[in-house]
Design a protein around this ligand. Structure first.
Ligand SMILES: [Zn+2]
Length: 459
């Protein structure tokens, strides 16, 4: 699909839509929504503005504040019935200046980036010999060698779920054995010499040591120097520090339902991003998709039975404080949230949806998504919905994760300086707007709300 123009995709899809069995007004609306979405460049233009004019949006930062103002103005201009912000309190983290180099047995610069919430080094930096290990088990075996060293975790990539453990808890594992700093191989399978950041955590009872990711190229070279017995030494200077509590915000916008406006179909994405790139796939794309999907219904004059609510969450990257704040602010309205869809898997080819909730909800979403088979989005499986909607989903709201298939590319860009607007394919973005808009309309129009878990007290 890459390289195919938007009109060419639209023509292909229009032909496919004509070939589809039309089974009623909902199927008819799906055809209109999809046809319009595929020739509409609003989401692409909006994402370009967010990435290029606003830029990175580290949680609680001045750029995030600019993004919130931009989102409020953009949603109001797009014709939503009401647009507002809701306070989110977060502990702000500042990266500061950062640099590192190998100083012996051969000098070369390290391409590195501190992990989110890491402490910094002393202002003058620190220098120590490196102990490179493959995994936690090897560190435990060689615990005696970790004292006063910089521990490098150079775990072979076996997928995000496995490798992210070193980012999350590597620093405390190293500190437990007396290390002075922790480096990890960037959590990615593939890299052209770019470091990938991401959030980490400390165990309260252990010393907090600085933690940074280095490129997979530098991790490999350091590890090989260690294996040759050459005892490489590294200098690190990280300016990372916590900068106190700040009040930031989620952005919320409603397209009011025509019959049951008190019932809500929530479409969510996170507005915050890491600070290295411009958060194009993660998660500017999700923001553009959910904003664009709801706006499209408005543009087409399709006002569904229920309210369609767009929520752009703050601070997903630091653990989901925006999602928790939304749950707290709306705790009394959980029963009126019919579904919560989250788009946080980039703007690659649509790959269906995952549903967290009752098995009957999975079946119903599968029926509602069936007309999207020609866009590759009819696969509906049981699975996670997303970090931001997590708190309300755990409280009983059926959760829906919007899935895309990047063919492995997503993790190449993820949390790195390469997550920029040039990586967005306009045709794939348009297809995602189409499938989210069509499913959102179907959910908001369905005479019966989605089945909830039988143990859910609100039903
Ligand atoms: Zn994300």
């Amino acid at each position: 699909m890459r390289g195919m123009s938007v009109p060419a995709v639209a023509l292909a899809v229009a032909l496919a839509v004509l070939a589809m069995p039309v089974t009623g007004p909902a199927a008819c609306a799906t055809g209109r929504i999809v046809g319009a979405a595929l020739v509409d460049d609003w989401a692409y233009d909006t994402l370009g503005e967010l990435c290029d004019r606003i830029g990175q949006r580290l949680a609680g930062s001045p750029r995030m504040a600019a993004a919130i103002d931009w989102a409020v103005a953009t949603l109001a201009r797009a014709g939503f019935d009401s647009v507002w912000t809701e306070a989110v309190t977060i502990t702000r983290w500042v990266r500061g200046e950062e640099e590192g180099q190998v100083v012996a047995p051969v000098a070369f610069p390290l391409r590195l980036t501190a992990l989110g919430t890491s402490v910094g080094t002393p202002a003058a930096g620190l220098e120590a010999e490196v102990l490179a290990v493959r995994d936690f088990a090897e560190l435990d075996e060689r615990a005696g060698e970790a004292v006063r060293r910089i521990v490098l975790f150079d775990e072979p990539w076996e997928g995000y779920g496995k490798s992210v453990r070193y980012r999350w808890r590597g620093a405390s594992a190293a500190a437990r054995h007396g290390a002075v700093a922790c480096l990890i191989r960037s959590v990615t399978g593939n890299s052209l010499a770019t470091p990938h950041t991401g959030v980490m955590s400390y165990v309260d009872s252990l010393p907090r040591i600085p933690a940074a990711a280095i490129t997979i190229e530098d991790a490999g070279r350091l590890h090989r120097l260690c294996d040759r017995g050459l005892r490489p030494r590294v200098q690190l200077r990280l300016g990372a520090h916590a900068a106190g509590e700040v009040t930031s915000a989620n952005v919320v916008a409603d397209l009011r339902g025509r019959e049951r406006p008190q019932e809500i179909v929530l479409l969510g994405a996170h507005l915050d991003s890491w600070d290295l790139g411009t958060g194009a796939h993660d998660d500017g794309a999700g923001c553009a998709i959910v904003m664009g999907a709801a706006r499209l219904l408005h543009e087409l004059g399709l006002r569904p039975r229920r309210t369609v609510r767009v929520v752009l969450f703050e601070s997903e990257e630091f653990g989901g404080q925006g999602g928790e704040a939304y749950h707290e602010a709306h705790a009394g309205e959980i029963a009126r949230h019919v579904a919560a869809l989250e788009s946080d898997s980039g703007a690659f080819a649509p790959d269906g949806f995952s549903v967290r909730g009752d098995s009957l909800a999975v079946l119903r979403v599968r029926e509602l998504a069936a007309p999207l088979a020609h866009l590759g989005a009819a696969a509906v499986v049981s699975g996670g919905a997303g970090v931001d909607v997590g708190p309300i989903v755990r409280a009983g709201v059926p959760g829906i994760g919007h899935r895309t298939d990047s063919g492995g590319r997503y993790m190449d860009y993820h949390h790195s300086p390469a997550d920029t607007f040039d990586k967005i394919d306009p045709a794939e973005l348009a297809r995602n707007v189409a499938v989210v808009a069509a499913l959102a309309f179907a959910l908001a129009e369905d005479p019966q709300p989605l089945p909830r878990r039988s143990e859910d007290p609100v039903q």
